[in-house]
Design a protein around this ligand. Structure first.
Ligand SMILES: [Zn+2]
Ligand SMILES: [Zn+2]
Length: 148
């Protein structure tokens, strides 16, 4: 029987699904793809779940450009029936810009960036109603893509 890489006195049959080294129940981490050693569990989480600071900055810049900047264009065209259409289009473009800028990340972080930038644009341009429509559209889009 193999001995745990972390506890040489513990015999174990478990191995890390990532690097294959022997691990024991004391330090193993259960992930969606199996048991992993603490190092690999940490590395994978950092790689896939969190938006990196640089990507977050890019996402915010994209959100400000399309979401906040777009408010003035959206506000100029909005009115009556078109308010809803423009809001959906504007929110959708902002969501896509934020998602791409953040390196393809979806879900909470991108949704929050898009929503804040759209809200800020709505406040600055006075086009609040169209901004609310856009926020709903952006959140729906990011959440829908995320769930796929
Ligand atoms: Zn490992
Ligand atoms: Zn161990």
């Amino acid at each position: 029987m193999a001995r745990c890489s972390y506890h040489p006195d513990v015999e174990t049959e478990l191995t890390c699904t990532e690097c294959g080294k022997p691990i024991c129940p004391k330090e193993m981490v259960l992930t969606p793809v199996g048991y992993k050693c603490p190092e690999d569990a940490r590395a994978k989480r950092g790689q896939y779940t969190y938006v990196k600071p640089k990507q977050l900055v890019l996402a915010i810049l994209a959100g400000l450009a399309v979401g906040t900047g777009g408010a003035f264009i959206a506000g100029a065209f909005a009115g009556g029936f078109f308010t809803i259409l423009i809001g959906i289009l504007w929110g959708s473009l902002t969501a896509e810009a934020v998602r791409r800028a953040s390196g393809g990340h979806r879900g909470g972080t991108g949704g929050a960036v898009a929503a804040v930038c759209l809200g800020l644009g709505g406040l600055l341009s006075g086009a609040l109603f169209v901004a609310i429509v856009a926020i709903v559209a952006a959140l729906a889009q990011l959440a829908v893509i995320f769930n796929r």
